[in-house]
Design a binder for this molecule. Structure first.
Ligand code: SF4
Ligand code: SF4
Length: 358
């Protein structure tokens, strides 16, 4: 029976964020917890492009009713992504992170967390953070914080929300996980916005509730006041928007360890500080999620190489001594159009480095 889980592991390892083998075999233990052997067989027959149950049945020679039932059950368990289409629901596979793991937001258990933590430290974390193409990008809440215009439409959180027709809000996976350990912070839990097909999937699975645009902007504004960093999935067509704290978000914690070139694509902006206006109140240092602001000799000191351009210090500076400026063209990163393309870029990077065929 282990053979099917090893094949599933290898398939997941081919996807953007990887699923490497470890000495302990904790990754197989994890897969057995989440997938039945029948689920694993179905996952292996699917691709990254959405297909209806009828298309899968025709392609694989399966019974359409049985295939539809298996696909729906797997989508309900967060093992596949499901989107609404003109011919009914369509399904496709997703990486373990960001994807299957985050889709367990309603079924997290201490045992699952323990296994994922062990796996993250013994292999998954290294693979996940090994690509220069980022999973998430940091954006400011709105263009008012940026002194060098124009700002790209995918770089303004409020403008993104105001263009969306379908919006939902879910609980923050990271904060929920850390609280399960009996740790964490007092930040709001219902903070993460989903859009379009992500909103449909989260709402249909009971993982989020639908919101109007005004409600979504209110949540974003509250999140910003709480000092949460806005991070979006890496694409120009934004499908999910997290509001992260540096105590619970694995991405923000890991950022403090990354070399600068891995941080650059995280944001189009970097903060600048006007020393003449600064009166050394320390608000910026208290708000900065990555330790890029410090107070020295009664003035703020900015470590630009650490800054992720979130703008949290800009909105809280009482002297308007802080602003965001666009990075120089050689440091600017244009996100791919879709998450699908971002995943393809990550897979290509990993294949090149590991010397395997994409
Ligand atoms: S918040 Fe503004 S005034 Fe206060 S230390 Fe920072 S830059 Fe200076
Ligand atoms: S200095 Fe810190 S708080 Fe200010 S924009 Fe940069 S990362 Fe954000």
């Amino acid at each position: 029976m282990d053979e099917i889980y090893e094949r599933l592991r290898r398939r997941l390892d081919e996807l953007a964020t990887g699923f490497p083998a470890t000495k302990s075999g904790v990754e197989l233990k994890l897969l057995k917890k989440l997938f039945s052997p029948e689920d694993a067989e179905m996952f292996l027959q699917l691709g990254l492009l959405p297909e209806t149950a009828r298309e899968v049945a025709l392609r694989t020679g399966g019974d359409e009713t049985a295939v539809a039932s298996r696909l729906e059950s797997m989508a309900g368990k967060g093992l596949l992504f499901r989107q609404r289409g003109p011919h009914g629901p369509a399904y496709h596979i997703v990486p373990f992170i960001v994807g299957i793991y985050e889709f367990q937001v309603n079924s997290l258990t201490p045992e699952l967390l323990k296994d994922v933590s062990e796996y993250y430290l013994s292999g998954l974390g290294q693979t996940f953070h090994s690509t220069r193409t980022p999973h998430l990008r940091t954006i400011p809440i709105n263009s008012g914080l940026v002194s060098s215009l124009p700002i790209a439409p995918y770089d303004d959180a409020v403008a993104i929300v105001e263009r969306k027709d379908r919006i939902a809000v879910a609980q923050c996976f990271c904060r929920k996980a850390v609280r399960m350990y009996g740790k964490g912070c007092d930040h709001s839990l219902e903070t993460c916005l989903q859009f379009d097909s992500y909103a449909d999937y989260y709402v249909d699975n009971g993982m989020a509730r639908p919101l109007s645009r005004d409600e979504a902007v209110s949540i974003l504004t509250r999140n910003e006041k709480e000092g949460l960093v806005i991070q979006v999935l890496n694409s120009r067509n934004i499908e999910a928007m997290c509001s992260c704290c540096s105590c619970c978000c694995g991405m923000l914690v890991a950022l403090k360890l990354f070399p600068a070139q891995f941080r650059d694509p995280k944001s189009s902006y970097v903060c600048v500080s006007d020393a003449l206006s600064c009166r050394g109140c320390g608000s910026c240092a208290g708000r900065c999620p990555v330790g890029a602001s410090k107070i020295k000799d009664g003035k703020s000191v900015l470590r630009e190489e650490k800054c992720i351009g979130c703008g949290l210090c800009v909105t809280s500076c009482p002297e308007q001594a802080r602003s965001l400026v666009k990075k120089s063209p050689d440091r600017l990163y244009t996100p791919p159009e879709s998450l699908f393309e971002a995943y393809a870029d990550m897979s290509a990077e990993r294949s090149k480095r590991e010397g395997i065929d994409p």
